[in-house]
Design a binder for this molecule. Structure first.
Ligand SMILES: Nc1nc2c(ncn2[C@@H]2O[C@H](COP(=O)(O)OP(=O)(O)OP(=O)(O)O)[C@@H](O)[C@H]2O)c(=O)[nH]1
Ligand SMILES: [Mg+2]
Length: 665
């Protein structure tokens, strides 16, 4: 049977979970329609999700549609949980982007659509909540064409929107405006179609247009727009038909070498680690040994596959499917399974968290439990980037926002019995390399205390380029394990630059390499004191890299958000000076009837303060949208960050010697 791995994505509260529930009901998996408001849906299964009525973790449910098994992944819409969306993007064959017919396009919608188009994920758009007062599906469809994608086609009309009786009817061959729109969008992408139509319009029959629509949708070049209501069920039959007609099913050869991605980690009832894997090629059987990430091959002890709403034990799973695997205890999110798939799992599509906070246990004796609990949370959400400061042993985490913070607090209390408070939230900065710098330490030459020669040159790279590691020496000049140790160490060290912030983008070249081969005394036995080990390279690399970095220099940058603020015209006079006090820089102000739209940039650290002051500044009428755009150099004194635990950089005598040499040149 064919498989379709389908993500449901949207801004918060658009109705993703309600739609998932409606689809499960309408295809016959459930006989009672679950409700977010009653806390009875299949996918919002965490106690916290049910209490709050929001989705926190992505969840997979399955159903069969015609001859296709659909694995539906319901994702959270709140921007604080964007990391959950990021992790599933790499495993989707298609997506449904939900937009509320009342609230319309939100900044999160724009971000998601941009990402879906960039990744070329075939997408259907569903304008939901047509039954709710204030629903205006036609306005939303126009806005979608203007702001999200020029290549959208409305697939039906809505009668009496804004009422419980709202009804949706799909367009057909007799709807001339619809066929004209199809031609318009499709002919722009298909010269053959255009030529045939120009020669003789009747030579382009409706089925050909539908076929072209399916082809272009599968290529993610066109996005069909449906409308309906997850609550009343209006329009959902047409959406289901669109899912089978227009979205592609998973491709993949079950006999090819194994290739897949770990996109989530869960803990089983006994605390065991379970990896959720999407297979792109090959087959995994129970008792197979599979290689996951960089760990040694592990024995798969059990497999479960989602079918028809339930998770069932399976003896094997093949390409195209999603499965839960037991036994792969070292698996981490983003790890490849077998041969790394073309669509890498660990790619970043959204900005990283820009806030961090220290987590403090209410009872000091809980410190160890807290560390263990947060380590488990970090397995499921690596971007919280758990770390412990070197000196005070304080534990900090990275965050997207206040809601995520509350969720962490509640999870620690409910699931681990640890009550915590947080220090004030601070902003995560980054460091950018200013120039080019190099350093080298030669084996057995003071002050180098290690049996290794390492030379490194560091140079700037454009924002978003990431860290690249190059060899400026012969690959054959050292055993591969030593090169691997240097590269791994370089990447680890760059997580804390000269001021303690991560260096996300730079080019590092290894300019010198040398080692002592296994040597023995006259007795003929291996002598560790005379033979290089990977440990020598791991220890020396951070020291050389930091010396190179000191020469290159770094500058601390702060995250900046773009904002759009809609306010009544008469408050502008008090608002603009208040924005300036918040370090916000308005770039343009445009009148819209009696209101104004102010756009500009504001440091990420002050967004929360602006949100708090907004009601007072705008009589409660201001509407603020913000979105991370870039990092900018900090003006004035740059903040520094304490070093974390297990940092190899505490060899003070060595550092002092290097500092003297760097300073002296
Ligand atoms: N009237 C109406 N209400 C809806 C519809 N769909 C969802 N809702 C309501 O909107 C609220 C949010 O619905 P959810 O399904 O939780 O939305 P979501 O997109 O999953 O939200 P997050 O996962 O938290 O981002 C709930 O109160 C739903 O009952 C709809 O079609 N019509
Ligand atoms: Mg939800």
């Amino acid at each position: 049977m064919k498989t379709l791995n389908l993500g449901i994505l949207a801004h918060v509260d658009a109705g993703k979970t309600s739609l998932t529930e409606r689809l499960l009901h309408d295809v016959g998996v459930t006989d009672r329609l679950g409700s977010v408001d009653a806390g009875s849906t299949r996918t919002d299964s965490l106690a916290l999700e049910r209490q709050r009525g929001i989705t926190i973790r992505s969840a997979v449910v399955s159903f069969v549609l015609d001859d296709v098994t659909v694995n539906l992944i319901d994702t959270p819409g709140h921007p604080d949980f964007i990391a959950e969306v990021e992790r599933v993007l790499g495993v989707l064959d298609g997506a449904v982007l939900v937009i509320s017919a009342v609230e319309g396009i939100q900044p999160q919608t724009r971000l998601l659509m941009r990402t879906l188009r960039r990744l070329r994920i075939p997408t259907l758009i569903f304008v939901n909540k047509v039954d709710r007062a204030g629903a205006d599906p036609e306005r939303v469809v126009r806005a979608v064409a203007e702001k999200l994608s020029p290549a959208v086609v409305a697939m039906g009309s809505v009668a009496i929107p804004g009422t419980r009786a709202a009804r949706c009817s799909p367009y057909g061959p007799a709807d001339e405006a619809f066929t004209d729109r199809l031609l318009d969008v499709l002919a722009g992408q298909d010269d053959g179609l255009l030529a045939d139509w120009v020669a003789n319009p009747s030579a382009v029959p409706y089925p050909r247009l539908r076929g072209a629509l399916a082809t272009r949708t599968r290529q993610a070049l066109v996005q069909p727009v449906y409308a309906g209501s997850a609550i009343t069920g209006a329009g959902v039959d047409a959406l289901l038909a669109g899912i089978t007609e227009l979205l592609p099913t998973a491709q993949g050869d079950v006999d090819a070498p194994l290739s897949g991605t770990v996109f989530a980690i869960e803990r089983g009832p006994a605390g065991e680690r379970i990896a959720l894997v999407r297979l792109f090629a090959g087959t995994i059987r129970v008792r197979d040994r599979v290689r996951v990430g960089t760990a040694d091959a592990a024995l798969v002890t059990a497999i479960r596959v989602a079918t028809l709403g339930a998770d069932v034990v399976a003896s094997s799973v093949g390409a195209g499917h999603i499965a839960r695997l037991w036994g792969v205890t070292e698996a981490r999110i983003g790890d490849p399974v077998g041969v790394p798939p073309e669509r890498a799992g660990a790619d970043r599509h959204f900005p990283p968290p820009t806030l961090e906070t220290v987590v403090v246990p209410e009872r000091p004796v809980d410190r160890v439990t807290l560390h263990a609990a947060l380590s488990q949370l970090a397995e499921q959400d690596p971007l919280i980037n758990l770390r412990q400061d070197d000196r005070h042993h304080e534990i900090s985490v990275s965050l997207y926002g206040e809601v995520q913070k509350e969720v962490i607090q509640a999870t620690l209390a409910d699931d681990f019995g640890v009550r915590v408070t947080f220090r004030e939230t601070s902003v995560v900065h980054v460091e950018r390399v200013c120039g080019v710098g190099g350093a080298v330490e030669v084996i057995a030459v003071a002050p180098n205390p290690f049996l290794a020669t390492v030379g490194l040159r560091i140079a700037p790279a454009p924002p978003g380029a990431g860290v690249s590691f190059h060899l400026g020496v012969e690959l054959g000049s050292m055993p591969p394990a030593f090169f691997a140790a240097v590269e791994e160490s370089v990447r680890r060290t760059l997580r804390q630059g000269l001021s303690g912030w991560e260096i996300p983008d730079c080019e590092v070249t290894m300019t010198h390499a040398g080692y002592w081969a296994r040597q023995s005394h006259s007795h003929g036995s291996f002598d560790k004191s005379m033979s290089s080990t990977a440990g020598d390279f791991r220890n020396l690399t951070p020291l050389v890299l930091m010396a190179a970095l000191t020469r290159a220099g770094t500058r601390v940058h702060e995250p900046v958000h773009r904002f759009r603020l809609e306010v009544p015209g008469d408050v502008l006079g008090t608002l603009l000076p208040a924005l300036t006090r918040l370090d916000a820089v308005p770039t343009d102000t445009v009148g819209r009837g009696t209101s104004y739209v102010v756009r500009g940039e504001i440091p990420a650290g002050l967004v929360h303060a602006l949100e708090r002051r907004l009601p007072a500044l705008t009589r409660g009428e201001g509407v603020l949208e913000t979105e991370f755009v870039r990092y900018r150099p900090v003006s004035g004194v740059a903040p520094t960050r304490a070093r974390w635990d297990n940092n190899p950089l505490d060899r003070k005598e060595y550092l002092l010697a290097v500092a003297r040499r760097v300073g002296g040149r």
